[in-house]
Design a protein. Structure first.
Length: 95
C-alpha cells in the first residue's frame, strides 16, 4: 500500500531551496519515492499559516518513508534545510 508524505515548507532563501530540492529528490528516489505534486500557490483550509510550497511525495509504504527520513543520505540535507526554511510533514497511507 502506497504512503504519501505531505509537506508544507516556507523557505527564506529560494536559491537554497532549489538546491535542496534537487539533491533531496535523488535520495527520495533511492527509497522508492517520487514526487507527485508541488505547488507554490497552494492554499490552506484550516491552519494559522499558509506555506510557501506544498509538496506530496509517494513512497511504496510508510516504512520506506521512515527509511528515507532517517537515512544517512538525507541527514545532511535535513540539517541544510533547517538553516533556511521551516517545514512540517504528515505521512498517510493510500486508501
Amino acid at each position: 500500500m502506497s504512503a504519501y508524505m505531505v509537506i508544507s515548507v516556507s523557505p527564506r532563501d529560494e536559491e537554497k531551496m532549489r538546491d535542496y530540492e534537487s539533491r533531496t529528490l535523488e535520495v527520495v528516489s533511492r527509497y522508492g519515492g517520487k514526487p507527485i505534486a508541488r505547488d507554490a500557490d497552494c492554499f490552506v483550509l484550516e491552519a494559522d499559516e499558509r506555506p510557501s510550497i506544498g509538496v506530496i511525495l509517494e513512497f511504496p509504504d510508510k516504512q520506506a518513508v521512515l527509511d528515507f527520513y532517517h537515512s544517512e543520505e538525507y541527514a545532511p540535507l535535513k540539517e541544510f534545510r533547517h538553516t533556511f526554511a521551516t517545514a512540517s510533514a504528515l505521512v498517510v497511507d493510500s486508501v
